[in-house]
Design a protein around this ligand. Sequence first.
Ligand SMILES: [Zn+2]
Length: 147
Amino acid sequence: MTVRTESPAPINLHVLDHITKTTATLDSWLVDWHDHLGWAPPSYRTDPMAEAASALRANLPWAAEHHPAIADFMNEVTDLHRTATGLLDPAARPRRIGTCPTALDDSEPCGAPLRYVPGSAAITCGWCGAVWDPLDLAALVQATSPE
Ligand SMILES: [Zn+2]
């Protein structure tokens, strides 16, 4: 008889919570897409999260063209991805670094929140699409910040 003296690996409850949330979110979108397409509700064999993700990916071209809430879908998936990245590799978690200083037509700054992913070569504004070199942006944000 062997006696275990080591404790089992700790379970990260935040990861389990995120898997549950991700599975529920992807499933609800897939149910919605099936409904829009007039298909029977989805069913899963072994891994609902992976199977829902695969089915959503396969139907993304249709959704991009026809689904009325595709922007909401993209935002939710982006949030899920950002959280997963932060849980799996906290050092790679995107950091909010300020707001976009790009001057728009009315000369007001764009103002979108900008995030920097450590190690990435560029920062892209999600609102106006401006692409920045992280060092140039840091200098510009510093120069244009109110005193
Ligand atoms: Zn911008």
